[in-house]
Design a protein around this ligand. Structure first.
Ligand code: SF4
Length: 221
């Protein structure tokens, strides 16, 4: 039997690379990818983490993070399945002696309530092509800071139109930063730019930098 202190967080992988998305794109970043997700997006690009991972102690996780990297992203899988450990880890990382900037990437279907102010949240709003657009994402808007990010992953024009609906209905341009992120290879970038400008949407169009560098199927980068 594994002692409780060693069952701190179920981790799929821990590695240093560059941040490929969002406001911190291009910066060196250490990724803690938690294991297990409780939903199944059709276009998920980390299927290997959906049902696996091993328990790591807090000490093992902290020892895996290089001192020189300022940015640490807790991602998944779905990190908020293990919310209390994620909050504890984020709090430790933000404090002395680590002083890390912590990003948390979540599918948006689990509550953000109680996350430390220091955590930079990147939450998805799932769109029809994901097959997971039925969750009450709007319940989380009250927990977002202006500097946090909502990411819409867009596979087709219907997805784009639904993202516009979310943005207009909830005035999301005034809630936090917005990302329009095409499913790799599914949407032409110039189409996405045209649609965004035609609809006067004040959001950042992003591509996944790590896939440009290492290819769509590379893992652990
Ligand atoms: S929420 Fe993230 S990890 Fe879970 S299925 Fe969707 S894309 Fe994959």
């Amino acid at each position: 039997m594994i002692p409780n202190e060693l069952k701190f967080l179920r981790v799929f992988e821990s590695y240093t690379s560059i941040q490929g998305e969002g406001a911190h794109s291009g910066l060196p970043c250490h990724f803690i990818r938690t294991g297990v997700c409780d939903i199944r997006c059709t276009w998920c690009d980390t299927p290997q983490a959906l049902a696996s991972g091993e328990f790591w102690s807090k000490e093992k996780i902290l020892a895996s993070i290089p001192g020189w990297v300022h940015l640490v992203q807790i991602t998944g899988g779905e990190p908020l399945i293990q919310k209390s450990s994620v909050i504890e880890l984020a709090t430790v990382l933000a404090g002395e002696p680590f002083r890390k900037k912590v990003l948390l990437e979540t599918g948006g279907h689990r509550s953000l309530e109680g996350l430390p102010e220091s955590v930079h949240i990147v939450m998805d709003i799932k769109l029809p092509a994901s097959g997971e657009d039925h969750h009450p994402f709007e319940k989380n808007f009250q927990f977002l800071k202006p500097t946090d990010e909502i990411k819409f992953v867009i596979k087709d024009r219907l997805d784009f139109d639904r993202a516009v609906g979310w943005i207009r209905t909830h005035n999301l341009e005034f809630v936090c930063e917005l990302l329009l992120s095409p499913v790799w290879g599914a949407v032409k970038l110039d189409d996405l730019v045209s649609w965004t400008l035609q609809e006067s949407i004040d959001a950042r169009i992003q591509t996944q930098l790590h896939k440009i560098i290492w290819g769509a199927d590379a893992v652990g980068v």
